[in-house]
Write a protein that binds this ligand. Structure first.
Ligand code: GDP
Ligand code: IMO
Ligand code: MG
Length: 427
């Protein structure tokens, strides 16, 4: 079995897209199993930037089959606009298949996402407004429509019309907002159904056969572990399972199907949207990290909140994912600082916490205890091997290993494919 899950160790945007693209050269198949168009995975190849949201980052490798699995909430509008952009960039999109069991995102999900957020006022979550929460709500509430429902235009028309009527009641009666245009939406989705038809498969069978045949299969996590609806900083989370367990359910495989798990981990910490963040730096250092790391969301353009490396977060993430190795990303961003801090434990009203707590009230009241290391103060973006890194940068990597208990197998020193140091092959 040659299966590897790529998970985000923190709150997303750790550089998953870069590593997927790097490893996809060797992969037969790349699978997305959760989330939707809320993801923003940036891949830089020879200076050219590609931003992927719903389409797996494996699309940039010519031979790789790309799967959008049953656990994804599939937004046809976003999907086809991504397909068009890729085709414009000269990238063939024929190798993308979509699960017949994936739930569909409709315009009313996006409308409701925005209305619910506005209604939360100061307590808003800071969602991407891509309709993710409302689409997963419908799935769990058992009123969602799936890709397989598109097969028969007549019954799809009927089911979708009924849903729009129900959602329009909520939109108009509860929020006093204008209703959505039923005829326009139905007509548009009937068109999407036709365009999508050649790509629709029972992708669970495809993934199972590939795994069984010993093919190299990569699972591309979207979001990050701390955004997991069960295990993350609830309610400031997304509505799916971005942890390795979610990748088996979300692709239709059994629990033992994933051999290795690489945690994609920023050398510092960022998050977009709201929620507590113990190592956040609301000062000039945080701003400098944002500037150096170009920390602005790939999906919404929002500035990301920045802070020091939080060892509790990554240790927690390693535990809940069964992480077998880390890829330490954006190490180059820390090159100019005199000293660097890594959080080793939290202090909660005098009590020392080694494990990430459940209650956000507790998290919000925690202060970080840091290990401080001297900076290396040298450009490392051209380093091609671990040995060629300055000793102080190596010490930083070792500290991450010690604090998290997981070996750092990959070190990334820039956005390009070539700026990747592999210490131990992971795939
Ligand atoms: P993802 O959502 O986990 O795929 O991450 P994003 O693409 O949203 O954010 C990561 C950003 O960091 C992107 O702009 C990448 O091009 C960039 N990036 C990835 N690895 C490195 C690195 O090692 N150094 C630098 N400077 N940038 C990187
Ligand atoms: P990638 O795959 C970072 C965050 C949003 C918000 C919360 C809920 O690029 O790492 P949602 O729209 O999912 O209901 O928003 O989750 N969020 C992300 N943050 N990276 C992402 O994806 C994210 N996807 C969602 O900012 O706080
Ligand atoms: Mg991202």
């Amino acid at each position: 079995m040659s299966t590897l899950a790529i998970v985000g160790s923190q709150w997303g945007d750790e550089g998953k897209g870069k590593i997927i693209d790097y490893l996809a050269v060797k992969a037969d198949m790349v699978v997305r199993a959760q989330g939707g168009s809320n993801a923003g995975h940036t891949v830089v190849i020879q200076g050219k930037k590609h931003a992927l949201h719903l389409i797996p980052s494996g699309i940039l490798s010519e031979h790789t089959v790309n799967i959008i699995g049953n656990g994804v909430v599939f937004d046809p509008e976003g999907f086809f606009s991504e397909v068009e952009q890729l085709e414009k960039d000269g990238i063939c999109t024929d190798r993308i298949y979509v699960s017949d069991r994936a739930h569909l995102v409709f315009p009313y999900h996006k409308t409701l996402d925005a209305l619910y957020e506005a209604a939360r006022g100061a307590d808003d979550i800071g969602t991407t407004k891509k309709g993710i929460g409302p689409a997963y709500t419908d799935k769990i509430e058992r009123s969602g429509l799936r890709v397989c429902d598109m097969q028969d235009p007549e019954s799809f028309h009927r089911k979708l019309s009924a849903q729009i009527d129900r959602k329009n009641q909520i939109v108009t009666a509860i929020f006093g907002a204008p209703p959505l245009d039923k005829e326009e939406i139905v007509a548009r989705y009937l068109e999407y159904a036709e365009r999508l038809r050649p790509r629709v498969r029972d992708t669970g069978v495809m993934v199972y056969e590939a795994v069984k045949a010993g093919k190299k299969v990569l699972f591309e996590g979207a979001q990050g572990s701390l955004l997991d609806v069960d295990l993350g900083t609830y309610p400031y989370v997304t509505s799916s399972h971005p942890t390795s367990g979610g990748f088996t359910t979300g692709s239709g495989l059994g629990a033992g199907s994933i051999r290795d798990v690489v945690g994609i981990t920023k050398a510092y910490t960022t998050r977009v949207g709201k929620g507590p963040f113990v190592t956040e730096l609301e000062n000039a250092t945080g701003e400098r990290i944002r500037e150096l790391g170009h920390e602005y969301g790939a999906t919404t353009g929002r500035p990301r909140r920045c802070g020091w490396f939080d060892g509790l977060v990554v240790r927690y993430s390693a535990r809940i994912n069964g992480t077998t190795g880390l890829a330490l990303m954006l190490l180059d961003v820390l090159s100019e600082f005199d000293e660097l801090k890594l959080c080793v434990r939290y202090d909660y009203k005098g009590e020392k916490l080694e494990h990430f707590p459940a209650s956000l009230d507790v998290v919000a009241a925690c202060t970080p205890e840091y290990r401080t290391l001297p900076g290396w103060k040298r450009d490392i973006s051209g380093c091609k091997s671990f040995e060629s890194l300055p000793d102080k940068a190596k010490d930083y990597v070792k500290a991450v290993e010690e604090i998290t208990g997981v070996p750092v197998k990959i070190v990334s020193v820039g956005p390009d494919r070539t700026q990747t140091i592999v210490r131990e092959e992971v795939f």
